[in-house]
Write a protein that binds this ligand. Structure first.
Ligand code: PXG
Length: 469
């Protein structure tokens, strides 16, 4: 299961491989992201994941787990792809690293830049590389302000995001995001970052129809622009479908109105494709699905299917013209911008997506099938709404279907259900009381049946815990 230790007896090897030893060492030395450190230790520590194949994971105790989240919304082509390992190996042997700072480039970074320009929406023809979605969004925050300064409107510094949007964990990307708990810790957002309501009809629609609510949510952006002064607003950022916020699929009326408003006030539009990109919604990009024409677009996650860290910022003609013609040096970049190894893996990953027609598969086959199977959960007494698009899904757990009321305290039903999912060996993430799904794009119909069956069992057990039958 693991490579044998170079020295030592068989019993030493067993000890090294034992779950208890790993857990103890993990607890002793490793601080996990978005985790209550002491709480995790008190629960006995982490589940140790040792292997992956297709849509299946295996833990250190030999349990097989159905990964309904594709890792963290990223393993689009599934686990265990030797082609990706080989692409990394070949690149490492040829050239393990070189930078792109000082008038140098590598074949892998060049080829990937060309490929991304070809597959992303028309007009997004230039790319800036980084290693994570957070870095891509930090790059965007700087690039957008620089654009306006060079364009002769330096007062345009304000960027508008949305409550419950997620754009990363660095100071600037967490400021772009609208996750309250992230802001409360250390005084975020930074100056110049503002938020408006999310297009979350089920949670916040009140008595409005989805169409009217979608427009009202877009108009909140206009109100914010007017309150700040249109001449001070640089950009608006949104995920085509909010992922970490709870798979919030906006009403069809939302994005057309957002785009109209951005155009009217001459504001740059940033479509954060970190989750929606690379086939997740049934088109290459969420922008294709919702007919969004962004000026700038961060990519990460599915770009390499998570096999190696890599992100990219796609930049459209309007911005490029100014940055290029009036720019001078852009004093920004990372040691690993354009790193040849993840670039080589990304190229191979995109080749797999193309050769196996994974985008069409999501659009025409497994996407509609997942939505159809998810819909069967809607009759469950605990389920208020089921929604999704492509291979994104959400199930809202409520105490009253008519009023959409939640169990108190908020998040309790979600946590109970998540824990039952763990026991059922299926991964579904709880966002407050919403169970979300984002399986690998290679998931088969029988695996979708299994995914839904396990989720249904977890919801049944949650209902029992809550005294509902
Ligand atoms: N934009 C979006 C839309 C994301 O979903 C980022 C940017 C930041 O990417 P990095 O690579 O810096 O993490 C993300 C990341 C969750 C979860 O629990 C979601 C993300 C990351 C970690 C956990 O849903 N999304």
């Amino acid at each position: 299961m693991n490579s044998a230790p170079q020295q030592g007896s068989a019993s030493a090897e067993r000890a090294r491989n034992s779950t208890a030893v790993w857990r103890a060492a993990d607890t002793a030395h490793h601080l996990h992201p978005f985790t209550d450190f002491r709480g995790l230790a008190e629960e006995g520590g982490s589940r140790i994941i040792t292997k992956g194949e297709g849509v299946w994971l295996e833990d250190s105790e030999g349990q097989r787990i159905l990964d309904g989240m594709a890792g963290l919304w990223c393993v689009n082509v599934g686990y265990g792809r030797e082609r990706l390992a080989r692409a990394a190996y070949d690149q490492m042997v040829e050239l393990p690293y070189y930078n792109t700072f000082f008038k140098t480039a590598t074949p892998a970074s060049i080829e990937l830049a060309e490929k991304l320009a070809a597959i992303t929406p028309a007009g997004l023809d230039k790319v800036f590389f980084a290693s994570s979605g957070s870095e891509a969004n930090d790059t965007i925050a700087r690039m957008v302000r620089r654009f306006w300064k060079l364009a002769g409107q330096p007062e345009r510094v304000n960027i508008i995001g949305r409550t419950n949007g997620y754009h990363g964990s660095t100071m600037a990307s967490a400021s772009l995001g609208g996750m309250k708990p992230m802001h409360e810790v250390d005084g975020l957002p930074l100056p110049g970052f503002h938020h408006v309501r999310q297009p979350y009809w089920y949670g916040e629609g009140g008595g409005l129809s989805p169409a009217d609510f979608g427009k009202a949510a877009a108009h909140a952006i206009e109100e914010k622009i007017l309150a700040l002064g249109p001449e001070t607003v640089a950009a608006f950022i949104g995920e085509p479908v909010q992922g970490a916020g709870g798979v919030i699929v906006p009403p069809a009326s939302y994005w057309p109105e957002v785009q109209r408003i951005c155009r009217q006030y001459d504001i740059l539009l940033i479509a954060d494709e970190v989750i929606c990109g690379f086939g997740r919604t049934g088109r290459w990009f969420g922008s294709d699905t919702f007919d969004i024409r962004p000026d700038i677009m961060p990519l990460a996650k599915g770009l390499t299917s998570g096999y190696l860290p890599l992100s990219a910022v796609m930049i459209g003609a309007r911005m490029v013209e100014v940055l290029w013609e009036k720019g001078g040096e852009f004093a920004h970049g990372f040691t690993y911008s354009g790193h040849p190894v993840p670039c080589a893996v990304a190229l191979e990953n995109i080749a797999i997506i193309e050769e196996e027609n994974l985008v069409e598969r999501v659009r025409e086959d497994v996407g509609p099938y997942l939505q159809q199977q998810l819909a069967t959960l809607a009759e469950h007494p605990l389920v208020g709404e089921v929604r999704g698009i492509g291979l994104l899904g959400a199930v809202e757990l409520v105490t009253d279907k008519a009023s959409h009321a939640r169990f108190k305290p908020e998040g309790r039903a979600g946590l109970l259900c998540r824990d039952h999912c763990v026991k059922q060996n299926v991964v579904s993430r709880a966002v407050r009381d919403t169970m979300v799904l984002s399986p690998p794009l290679i998931i088969s119909r029988p695996e979708i049946d299994e995914l839904i069956a396990r989720l249904r069992r977890a919801i049944d057990l949650t209902a029992k815990d809550l005294g509902i039958s």
